[in-house]
Design a protein around this ligand. Structure first.
Ligand SMILES: [Zn+2]
Length: 142
């Protein structure tokens, strides 16, 4: 097991809690709700066992479990909020720990037909009770 203290997904520190809220522990990952909610239901699925940069560094078994987590979350978000499409973003140049952005996109809404903005200029933050409501809707459908 290797962790990287410079990595917010390993350290689980303020950098992480400023950006997201933990929703659930899945088989190979931790599911977070992204606080910036321009794309309602936007989540992050982060590999949980150790610090790995690339999906090909996982064993085949872990790769399958992680991919199943991504699919499970995407299905839950689709069922909960009925977006037109789920977008999947895996970048991580500056935060390479394996994580996928699960971004529901809605027709006639921001960036439909294009790439979602990692941090949109006009940010949408929710109240605590609204975050709880979104989290509960995702959890009900996991
Ligand atoms: Zn890490």
């Amino acid at each position: 097991m290797s962790t990287n203290t410079e990595c917010m997904y390993c350290a689980k520190d303020q950098r992480l809690s400023d950006l997201m809220i933990e929703v659930a522990e899945l088989d190979a990952s931790i599911l977070y709700l992204f606080k910036e909610q321009t794309y309602k239901g936007r989540c992050v699925v982060a590999y949980k066992k150790e610090h790995k940069n690339e999906i090909f560094e996982l064993s085949e078994e872990e790769m399958i479990l992680f991919t199943k987590d991504v699919a499970r979350v995407a299905k839950a978000v689709k069922t909960a909020f009925s977006p037109g499409k789920i977008n999947y973003g895996a970048y991580g140049d500056k935060m390479p720990h394996i994580h996928f952005h699960i971004v529901p996109k809605y027709e006639n809404a921001p960036k439909w037909g294009s790439t979602f903005d990692m941090q949109p200029d006009e940010k949408v933050y929710l109240s605590e009770s609204e975050y709880t409501e979104v989290i509960n809707k995702i959890k009900e459908n996991l």
